[in-house]
Design a protein around this ligand. Structure first.
Ligand code: HEC
Length: 239
């Protein structure tokens, strides 16, 4: 708990610092809990809280908010933009490393005109925390880096572990009026219903008979699956 806690404090402080230089502080939404939906990753480099890790923090947000069928997946490639891997994001996202303001990918997510904003209505815009992650990642050079132990399997409450993962890796596809597969995961109650019918565990665990999730994304890490497993076997409480 303590290492995770120190990490969060450091991350919050650094985000606050960077954020306050660029935006009004009122927009800041602190994560405050858990791991922000980031996963394990095949690396032995310890996580540096001042850095943004593309594979664990950025790609899941892009996949779940932009790479659904009909948009920026490998099949549709809307306007030539594909946001399913580092190479494709860099090749098609019009990103200038070190300059978020000069990067199309960033400009469209902070666009206030709904006609030009991504993701377009009726999808919700990215939240302030997600925007901040993408901003910091580009400012830091838009690198493809992963680190070890971003996820702590001893933390498995809904608010600290489960909800942040769902928010960053699932909700873009699974919320709103056209929730994919008619599966809504935007509230505790709707998530709990998918625990009860076995589909949540079956799909994230890639069990046969279920659609593997997150669609178009990387399977959740063993640590994240362990968080889900512990939370579900403790009765999937709203804690
Ligand atoms: C890029 C869009 C996308 C993302 C990201 C995504 N899903 Fe899905 N999900 C779908 C679609 C589309 C379906 C309908 C089945 C299909 O076409 O694959 C679906 C179906 C499901 C189902 C029903 C599975 C079944 O076998 O009936 C569950 C449960 C689910 N998703 C959970 C999740 C969870 C949990 C995450 C995040 C870890 C997630 N999804 C991420 C698009 C997505």
């Amino acid at each position: 708990m303590s290492r995770q806690f120190v990490y969060l404090i450091l991350m919050s402080v650094s985000l606050l610092f960077i954020y306050s230089c660029k935006h009004s502080a009122g927009e800041l939404i602190g994560n405050g809990t858990g791991n922000g939906g980031a996963g394990g990753g095949g690396s032995s480099t310890p996580c540096d809280p001042s850095k943004i890790y593309f594979q664990q923090q950025v790609l899941p947000i892009l996949v779940s908010n932009c790479a659904m069928s009909g948009c920026h997946d490998d099949v549709t490639r809307k306007e030539g933009v594909v946001l399913t891997s580092y190479q494709k994001v860099m090749a098609t996202g019009d990103i200038t490393p070190g300059n978020a303001g000069g990067s199309k990918l960033y400009k469209v997510i902070v666009e206030t005109d709904p006609d030009d904003r991504m993701p377009p209505p009726p999808q919700s815009p990215l939240n302030a925390q997600q925007v901040q992650i993408i901003y910091n990642w580009i400012q830091q050079g838009a690198k493809d880096i992963v680190c070890a132990n971003m996820c702590d399997s001893s933390i498995f409450s809904y608010s600290a572990a489960i909800q942040p993962i769902i928010q960053n890796k699932c909700q873009g596809c699974h919320s709103g009026t056209n929730a994919q597969g008619s599966v809504d995961l935007s509230t505790y109650t709707s998530v709990k219903a998918k625990v009860a019918d076995g589909k949540l565990w079956g799909s994230i665990n890639h069990q046969s008979g279920y659609f593997p999730m997150p669609k178009n994304g990387t399977k959740l890490s063993d640590c994240e699956l362990s968080q889900f497993q512990k939370w579900i076997s403790s009765g999937a409480p709203n804690n």
